[in-house]
Design a protein around this ligand. Structure first.
Ligand code: ATP
Length: 777
């Protein structure tokens, strides 16, 4: 068979080239029609052979877009094409994946495998969006780095020499960052309420922790002078609220490091995920500074009598806007009213205790969203802000409102226009390229919109799906139930969360892959996060937005937003996991050609210094060139290599029932998440424009979208407590955003979806085969 780029690469049915059977049934008219039809078909086939085997759309040789992913058991086998030599007809022995321009093949099971390189929508190139923009190569000053000003020292801001020395020796912090300079100075000297707003990675945690520790240390000195001993039972003086357990733990760890220089001040944490009795026991012993998730704290205020909040003088709400998005307003309202009520009680006077409580709201993206919190908890707050974004001065000159927020100036941002079919293989290409050489990228975080999607891509990036059917063999002991069996109904969610990739990395550069999302049990989440943070070899973390806020992981050089964020604020928080505290970093977002390209304008609002555009083919070429054994730009090599990888991925998906189920779940959850973009962004993330068939290929699926049914759904969070809902994206909404669905603390309240979302979901449900659970966790 001539290799003219039109090679058929599927096994043909044994009778494909036999003389047609004579139609015997029916009356004479039917038999005549059948005979004529057969003669006509043979004549046309002979014409085609004489014409060099060219395809003729009239005969149905051209595969339509619709046909690409149809599982066609019912459809008759296609006529075999032959070469110019009609007498030689060979059945190909080995299936080969289609290349650019190949005829789309059909497998013996009736599945149709589409080519990665055909029928992709064309990119939109507008004047506002030139394909390549001039790159500004001049070195840039990092915007979130510590200050280099000689006068900028921690002691100059009001911290004691002991604390400043501790920062230098134990944390290697020589000078404050810009936001620390402003916040520490103000909060050490006054009891005013404040908003702290500054770029990601600018050190906001220490900006509020340091003045609190300093002020409590001052109280201890005043007490000592008054002849009273300061102990852990002297009172709970500060409360710090954070939206997720991971973030709470991180804040608590930073606090512990600070407190090691003033051991008489005791910190504590209550975040759920462990027995309430253990938390109660800790509270009973007494703590001076408590880190908590709002739901859990509200719960303790109800049920833990020993928790005395009458002396609380500092209340911090870290990621304040996220707390609102997650619907924690009620819990916060309750906490604040208990604090107010108990604060009025006359107890034993503590010398040096401020008369009023200071409330601080903190985030890289605080704006009107937090109006509700402001009215609940803040009085005449001062805005402490450092951001390159434009600002509007408040009427009183005090309140400053950022009109948009920016990413750190040194963060190199790019976007990749990747057709739906090529998404998976391009992700692999990007990671291959990133980890090609040792030392280029140490750690990379890949954000996805749904937990199922994380699970699927984790397995794909590990690249040993052949063993997926035997996941028990790879279960770490922590994931096993007491009986040693995989917990029923949760076999995929709770199997391993890390492993060595056979896909990324290369000789001498082993890459570990981790996965993390809110549907995992807390113990698994904690272990995985620790594993990734402490991993000394290059590593990729595939995760949902549970990781997007506040988390400070070392050596993250690259962030990939594989699925678009639910809002532009989420985008800033996601990419803010890199380029922290003055360090370098890169971020790339995947966009589909077409209306998603409009998102580039949103990216520009964050004022990235250079926003580079990549095309899918360019990334595939870079990532797959070495795999083809060709160092350079051999076109055939990289296309073949990318196609081979995709074929292998599809094969592994389709040959393992559990993996197939995982891929289908991932696909469905992805589509559902796609439907939850905020109203303002739905023109760019338009469900109607999403080519579901092409998208299915990115999940290794060869099914027609409507036939992707999911046998059973992911069990909801522990005890069904993690309720999932979506935000309308409006200011002050009490509903939860799609990206927020999983990081709700165990005691977070249930919230209903908006009606519009419900309708959208109904449509998605119809389009995707009808799963009932909104599973984005
Ligand atoms: N003065 C400083 N000098 C050097 N590094 C610092 C300084 N202050 C904080 N850092 C480091 O900067 C990193 C980011 O700090 P932090 O997590 O508080 O940032 P953030 O502004 O809260 O970020 P996000 O908005 O993402 O939550 C941490 O690793 C921290 O140790």
């Amino acid at each position: 068979m001539a290799d003219d780029g039109m090679l058929l690469n599927f096994a043909l049915p044994d009778d494909a080239f036999m003389t047609p059977k004579i139609f015997k049934g029916g009356n004479w008219k039917d038999r005549l029609t059948a005979r004529k039809s057969a003669e006509w078909g043979r004549a046309k086939a002979a014409e085609r052979v004489a014409g060099g085997g060219k395809r003729n759309p009239d005969y149905g040789d051209v595969q339509s877009e619709e046909e690409e992913l149809i599982v066609g058991e019912q459809r008759p086998a296609k006529k075999a094409r032959t070469t110019g030599d009609a007498a030689v007809v060979k059945k190909p022995k080995v299936a080969r994946e289609p290349h650019r321009g190949d005829v789309l093949p059909k497998t013996t099971t009736g599945e149709v495998i589409s080519s990665l390189f055909t029928s992709n929508p064309s990119v939109v190139k507008t004047a506002a969006q030139p394909v390549s923009e001039p790159v500004d190569e001049t070195p840039v000053e990092p915007s979130n780095a510590p200050l280099s000003d000689e006068l900028a020292t921690f002691t100059n801001l009001g911290l004691s020499p002991t604390l400043a020395n501790h920062l230098l020796t134990k944390l290697q912090l020589k000078a404050p960052t810009a936001i620390q300079r402003k916040a520490i100075q103000l909060l050490c000297a006054s009891d005013t309420d404040a908003f702290i707003q500054a770029e990601t990675g600018s050190g906001k945690t220490l900006a509020y922790l340091l003045p609190i520790v300093q002020r409590i240390s001052d109280i201890s000195l005043v007490m000592k002078a008054a002849g009273q001993a300061f102990t852990r039972r002297s009172g709970l003086f500060a409360l710090i609220l954070a939206p997720t357990r991971e973030l709470s733990k991180q804040i608590s760890a930073v606090l512990e490091t600070l407190l090691s220089c003033c051991h008489w001040i005791v910190g504590g944490i209550v975040i759920g995920g462990e027995k309430k009795s253990s938390e109660k026991a800790r509270l009973r012993k007494g703590v001076n500074i408590l880190v908590a998730t709002p739901g859990r704290l509200a719960d303790h205020l109800d049920s833990t009598e020993v928790l005395d909040v009458s002396r609380v003088r500092w209340l911090v709400m870290d990621e304040g806007d996220r707390l609102v998005e997650l619907g924690f307003e009620k819990d916060i309202q309750k906490i604040v009213s208990v604090l107010n009520m108990r604060g009025r009680e006359k107890g034993v006077a503590v010398p040096g205790l401020p008369a009023r409580r200071t409330t601080v709201l903190c985030s890289a993206t605080i704006k009107a969203d937090v109006e509700s919190l402001r009215s609940i908890a803040l009085k005449d707050p001062v805005a402490i802000a450092v951001d390159a974004g434009e600002r509007v001065e408040g009427v009183d000159g005090k309140t400053e409102q950022a009109t948009f927020f920016s990413a750190p100036s040194q963060l190199k941002q790019s976007y990749a226009i990747v057709p739906a079919k090529q998404r998976l293989v391009t992700l692999v290409a990007v990671l291959k390229q990133a980890f090609k050489r040792k030392g280029t990228v140490m750690k990379c975080i890949v954000f996805m919109s749904a937990a199922d999607s994380v699970d699927f891509h984790f397995e794909m990036l590990l690249g040993d799906a052949d063993t997926l059917g035997d996941s028990t063999a790879r279960l770490p002991s922590t994931n096993l139930s007491r009986s040693g069996k995989i917990p029923q109904g949760n076999t995929i969610a709770e199997t391993r969360t890390q492993g060595v990739s056979k896909v990324c990395g290369g000789e001498g550069n082993e890459v570990r892959v981790f996965r993390l999302h809110g549907s995992l049990q807390q113990v698994t989440r904690t272990e995985t996060l620790k594993g990734f943070a402490k991993c000394e070899t290059p590593a990729v973390l595939v995760c949902t937005d549970v990781m997007a806020r506040g988390l400070d992981l070392p050596n993250v050089d690259l962030v990939v937003e594989y699925d678009p964020p639910a809002s532009k604020d989420d985008h800033l928080h996601r990419i803010g996991r890199t380029a922290r505290a003055g360090k370098a970093g890169r971020a790339m977002i995947f966009l589909l050609p077409g209306c998603e390209e409009g998102y580039v304008e949103v990216l520009k609002e964050g004022k990235p210094r250079n926003l580079t555009r990549h095309e899918g083919d360019e990334l595939l070429k870079k990532g797959f060139a070495p795999m083809a054994g060709v160092v350079g730009q051999d076109v055939k090599g990289w296309e073949q290599a990318a196609t081979d990888w995709q074929l292998e991925a599809e094969r592994s998906v389709n040959e393992h029932p559990r993996h197939l189920e995982q891929a289908r779940r991932a696909y469905q959850s992805h589509v559902r998440a796609y439907a939850t973009h905020v109203t303002a962004e739905r023109n760019m993330f338009d469900m109607k424009a999403l080519h579901l068939g092409h998208l299915a290929k990115a999940f290794g699926l060869r099914d027609k979208p409507g036939r992707i049914g999911v046998p059973g759904q992911r069990p909801s969070g522990k005890g069904g407590k993690e309720k999932r809902a979506v935000s309308s994206g409006k200011s002050g909404s009490k509903k939860r955003s799609s990206s927020a669905m999983e990081d709700v603390d165990a005691n977070g309240g249930a919230v209903d979806e908006g009606e519009a979302r419900r309708k959208m979901l109904g449509r998605v449900k119809m389009m995707t085969g009808g799963a009932s659970e909104f599973n984005l966790g």
